[in-house]
Design a protein around this ligand. Structure first.
Ligand SMILES: [Fe+2]
Ligand SMILES: [Fe+2]
Length: 221
């Protein structure tokens, strides 16, 4: 029963994250400079909406009220997505690394969720592989064409890790839901490994220490 409550919290965090991803993709489609880009962002938006609805269904299947399950994550995720920077590199990095964490959490959810959820999450991950490939390419192009692009990107990654992910009280809220499901060292390793891999994919080598805490929670190493 406690396990079920923890899973509902995790699914609530993911369901709301997918809704934010949908809003973001829709906004990108509206602002896209070419028809080709507009089409791509529209496709992504449709996929994010499918993810959101699917997770809402999983919540209902567990007997949860989806709105209530998502509510605790509004502040953290709204703040994260509303963050605007006058540095386009920083803005792009926050988008790239933030969606990356969401993807790694999905991989990890596969290990703890029931078969019906696992089957659905497989289809979500298949979509996200495409989103990540496109985001990686777009970011590499941006860094190529921006003076000191990689240096600025590395700095943005450090900012994000320091303030949003590990120490930020509200920023860490969605992660806390996952930590309550257990397997903490695995989860932290998946996230740190995923971030390092994504940074390498855009040509940045950054030493990422495994944090000794996430939000208010101490992690035994
Ligand atoms: Fe998604
Ligand atoms: Fe996505």
């Amino acid at each position: 029963m406690a396990e079920n409550a923890a899973l509902i919290q995790v699914l609530g965090a993911i369901a709301y994250g997918e809704l934010k991803a949908y809003d973001g993709a829709k906004a990108e489609a509206e602002g896209a400079p070419t028809e080709e880009e507009r089409r791509w962002h529209r496709q992504v938006a449709a996929e994010e909406l499918r993810h959101h609805k699917g997770f809402v269904k999983r919540l209902e299947a567990l007997g949860a009220d989806p709105e209530r399950a998502m509510a605790p994550y509004h502040t953290a995720l709204d703040e994260y997505h509303a963050r605007v920077s006058d540095d386009p590199v920083e803005e792009a990095m926050f988008g790239y690394l933030g969606e990356g964490i969401a993807d790694d959490l999905l991989q990890w959810l596969q290990k703890v969720a029931a078969p019906a959820t696992v089957a659905f999450v497989d289809t979500v991950i298949a979509d996200e592989v495409g989103h990540e490939a496109a985001a990686t390419k777009q970011l590499r192009d941006l860094l190529e064409h921006t003076p000191n692009g990689r240096i600025r990107a590395a700095k943005a990654a450090r900012t994000m890790h320091a303030h949003m992910l590990w120490s930020g009280r509200s920023g860490a809220a969605p992660l806390m839901a996952f930590l309550r499901l257990g397997h903490t060292p695995d989860l932290v390793r998946a996230i740190v490994g995923g971030q390092a891999r994504r940074l390498r994919a855009i040509g940045i080598r950054l030493w990422l220490p495994v944090p000794d805490r996430i939000g208010p929670l101490k992690i035994a190493s």
